[in-house]
Design a protein around this ligand. Structure first.
Ligand code: FPP
Length: 236
């Protein structure tokens, strides 16, 4: 460890990848990989809260994932349903749960569950957890651009007043600290339309482990790697 070590990341993003390969490796259906992935997600959320991470954003379902087989889409949605009913309904819950992404293509019972969880957890003091469902980074930017255009059309601002700060305030994560660390397990080294705006100065850490095999020790290792980096934000 160098004495120049940077501080802990305040906001971590995770692409929970490798569920399908984990299932194939273990001779199981893909849905079993997603179910196991949801359990790991629960463990990692709790761990992030324990070590004092302020915000965690996870990619659960992308705007492109609808093109998977109907069986797989419905398996993921069922896991989400079950998970949303059980996971954040405990006494003494401290995590503030938010959902980011489109809200016009999900089943109405899932939308109601999301709304309910957001409402009951809104004032919780702990980790801010953003669960990205039907989320795409490009979609998020288009949405922000449209909103800015409407503000200009309504006369609330002039076109000149559209700047980075305004666009940032129109993203889903405007209430969170800037994204510090983007983590992708499973060996893939792609951004896959995740948090494109927020990634501007995030550090990327890729790991070979498949998400269902991911443990708090892997997260510790990624944080250690993050802390060893020299972040310059475009300066010297
Ligand atoms: C990527 O693995 C994973 C997904 C597309 C779904 C992630 C969903 C969960 C972890 C479960 C539900 C989430 C919550 C928050 C309860 P992949 O299927 O692309 O794996 P592969 O690349 O090995 O095929």
């Amino acid at each position: 460890m160098s004495s120049e070590q940077s501080s802990m990341p305040r906001h971590i993003g995770i692409i929970m990848d490798g569920n399908g390969r984990w299932a194939a490796k273990n001779g199981l259906p893909r849905s079993a990989g997603h179910a196991r992935g949801a359990e790991v997600f629960r463990t990692i959320c709790r761990y992030c809260e324990k070590i004092g991470i302020e915000a965690l954003t996870v990619y659960a379902f992308s705007t492109e994932n609808w093109s998977r087989s109907a069986d797989e889409v419905s398996a993921i949605m069922n896991i989400l349903r079950r998970y949303l009913r059980d996971a954040f309904n405990q006494e003494g819950e401290t995590i503030r749960v938010r959902f980011i992404g489109r809200r016009d293509r999900l089943d109405s019972d899932i939308l109601s569950l999301m709304q309910e969880i957001e409402d009951v957890s809104r004032d919780n003091p702990g980790l801010i957890l953003n669960i990205a469902v039907d989320y795409g980074g490009r979609d998020e930017i288009v949405r922000a651009a449209k909103e800015a255009a409407e503000m200009v059309a309504d006369g609330r601002i002039t076109a000149d007043e559209i700047d980075e700060e305004l666009i940032d305030s129109l993203t889903f994560t405007s209430c969170c600290p800037p994204l510090d660390l983007l983590l992708r397990p499973s060996g893939e080294e792609r951004i896959s339309n995740f948090m494109l705006w927020q990634c501007a100065y995030a550090e990327f850490v890729y790991m070979d482990t498949l998400w269902p095999d991911f443990t708090p020790e892997h997260l510790d290792r990624a944080i250690e790697e993050f802390r060893s980096r020299n972040r310059r934000f475009g300066g010297r």
